[in-house]
Design a binder for this molecule. Structure first.
Ligand SMILES: Nc1ncnc2c1ncn2[C@@H]1O[C@H](COP(=O)(O)OP(=O)(O)OP(=O)(O)O)[C@@H](O)[C@H]1O
Ligand SMILES: O=C(O)C(=O)C[C@H](O)[C@H](O)CO
Length: 314
């Protein structure tokens, strides 16, 4: 069996570094985002064997996305769509400490991902398949495709990982709830924020949320708690992981870094405590700069953060 496969939409990103909306600022940077490719990059940088599946437009943004993902050492599967553009996400900072995200992703290439795009042999040999709630919100076709991929991996003896990743601009709590519960029921490992878990299983303490998710099927539940750290429940073992202290520039991508770190250590056969420690360190590293994937850490970054190494390297 071989490594991690993720599937989902990656989209072009235009973002500002300075405070002030894009309605007035004239300078912006270009990159891309996508929760599943972020997780793929995080895991690859930590040494995992990773593949990413997605559909992108035959345009400059699409080429930038596949070239960058391949450059991170990740195998890219899926399709180049000449009839639909790559989706776009715009992120600016209208006021100090506030980030605003706007999506232009209706009818774009990523939301046309279909079952025929799935790389059967890669899925059948995957140790872990990872997908997120963003694909479930992108429409019936993408939802069906990622759920089919999850079933394929399970039938072949692999394990399925699901991050709820609720995006309020894409759907409502009411429409997300049944979709989340179906995906949770198909998964072995579930990641969620406490607010996201509550959409699927009702509100409660972190421990109650995790217990209720396991009651739907998964053996392994991790609740991500931002700057409060994270909590895991696997069988009757629980781990309360404190956060690593960092200077925060932008928290977008922290959850994906966390998931990439956790899954990489799981592939390596590490125990729950070690998985959570690497995951939290990866999440913290991702907060230290701009961009959704650029700050994904290497092993050296993790070591320097967790052992408090000299901040100056020469
Ligand atoms: N400010 C912070 N300081 C230190 N660690 C953090 C901070 N924010 C997040 N982390 C680490 O990263 C993990 C994931 O972050 P978070 O809970 O924000 O995920 P998320 O909401 O899924 O993120 P996103 O969807 O934006 O990628 C946390 O559980 C924590 O370990
Ligand atoms: O918000 C989304 O839909 C994305 O996929 C872009 C971001 O890179 C992702 O959410 C970060 O978790």
């Amino acid at each position: 069996m071989s490594g991690l496969v993720t599937a989902g939409e990656s989209l072009a990103l235009i973002y500002t570094r300075n405070t002030g909306g894009l309605d007035v600022l004239s300078e912006a940077a270009v990159s891309f985002g996508g929760a599943e490719s972020n997780v793929a990059i995080a895991a690859a940088r930590l040494g995992a064997d990773v593949s990413w599946v997605g559909r992108i437009g035959d345009d400059a943004f699409g080429r930038r996305i596949t070239r960058t993902i391949r450059g991170e050492g990740i195998d890219v599967y899926g399709a180049l769509d000449s009839t639909a553009p790559t989706a776009l996400m715009v992120k600016d900072r209208p006021s100090l400490g506030r980030t605003r995200v706007v999506y232009y992703r209706t009818g774009n290439a990523g939301s046309r991902l279909c079952v025929e795009d799935l790389p059967q042999p890669a899925l059948e040999s995957a140790e872990i398949f990872h997908f997120t709630g963003i694909s479930l919100a992108l429409g019936d076709q993408v939802a069906r495709t990622v759920l089919t991929a999850a079933r394929t991996v399970r039938e072949a003896g692999g394990c399925v990982s699901f991050d709820l990743n609720y995006r309020s601009k894409m759907w409502t709590h009411e429409s997300a709830e049944p979709a989340f519960r179906e995906a949770i029921g198909l998964s072995d490992i579930v990641f969620a924020g406490d607010d996201e878990a509550a959409i699927a299983v009702g509100s409660g303490s972190v421990g109650e949320l995790a217990q209720r998710i396991t009651a739907l099927g998964p053996q392994e539940v991790v609740i991500k708690l931002g700057d409060r750290g994270a909590y895991a429940l696997v069988g009757d073992e629980t781990v309360q992981q404190p956060p690593f202290l960092v200077e925060v520039a932008d928290t977008v991508g922290a959850g994906d870094a966390f998931v990439g770190g956790y899954l990489t250590e799981r592939l390596a056969g590490l125990d729950l405590k070690s998985r959570m420690r690497t995951a939290a360190a990866a999440g913290a590293c991702a907060c230290r700069g701009d961009g959704d994937w650029e700050m994904m850490p290497t092993r050296r970054d993790i070591m320097e953060l967790t052992t408090g190494g000299d901040p100056v390297s020469r």
